[in-house]
Design a protein around this ligand. Structure first.
Ligand SMILES: CC(C)(COP(=O)(O)OP(=O)(O)OC[C@H]1O[C@@H](n2cnc3c(N)ncnc32)[C@H](O)[C@@H]1OP(=O)(O)O)[C@@H](O)C(=O)NCCC(=O)NCCS
Length: 169
């Protein structure tokens, strides 16, 4: 299962596969802020976005690939102005590959990137019953800030999210 898995930065040429991957993982879980429709973004917008992320030191988009197929992604999105010391983290792994350490591999590389590029605080939001994700974040030293009630609404059901952060100062 773990043979031939490579983690690399996403490039503009990966845009089409990333759009398809986002819809796939959105449909596999109710833990994310999006579902099977993914994001309303065109191929051109996604390509432009990936180029911007590549050029921006406070942002990065990593993908885990197995034999050319995307099976995981991890991102840091830098914030502007007086928040430019902080970045927001996103992490997903394709369901067939959960609990094999791929999320941890991506997280390790994101933290390395943050340290090398002067990101001081990593923030994230995670559904509070998403125990494997919370376990992973705590394992890497993330601390709980508090709970944001009714953070997402799915078919009339409200789910609370934990706000967490990692202080790299
Ligand atoms: C959260 C997610 C990224 C984790 O990826 P992954 O590749 O499965 O992560 P890993 O295998 O590296 O680590 C999972 C950890 O959770 C643990 N775990 C699994 N089920 C658990 C549970 N019910 N309670 C506590 N810990 C659990 C595993 O033992 C492992 O910990 P370990 O490394 O100490 O053994 C993946 O499950 C996912 O994509 N989920 C859907 C999207 C999502 O929720 N993303 C996070 C949004 S904030």
């Amino acid at each position: 299962m773990m043979e031939n898995i490579k983690i690399r930065e996403a490039l503009a040429e990966d845009a089409e596969q990333i759009i398809a991957y986002t819809k796939l993982v959105g449909g596999e879980t109710e833990n994310l802020t999006f579902g099977e429709s993914g994001f309303p973004i065109t191929l051109e917008q996604e390509e432009k976005f990936l180029k911007h992320v590549h050029d921006d030191k406070t942002s990065v988009h990593l993908i885990a690939c197995k034999n050319g197929e995307i099976i995981g992604n991890g991102s840091l999105s830098g914030l502007p102005r007086r928040m430019s010391h902080r970045a927001e983290l996103g992490l997903t792994v394709k369901k067939d590959y959960w609990n094999l350490g791929i999320g941890s591999m991506l997280m390790k590389k994101l933290i390395e990137y943050a340290k090398e590029n002067g990101i001081e605080i990593i923030n994230l939001e995670v559904r509070n019953d998403n125990l494997n994700a919370i376990h992973l974040y705590e394992k890497f030293g993330f601390k709980h800030i508090g709970t944001s009630p009714a953070y997402i609404k799915i078919n009339g059901y409200y789910a609370d999210f934990e706000l967490m952060y990692l202080d790299l100062r």
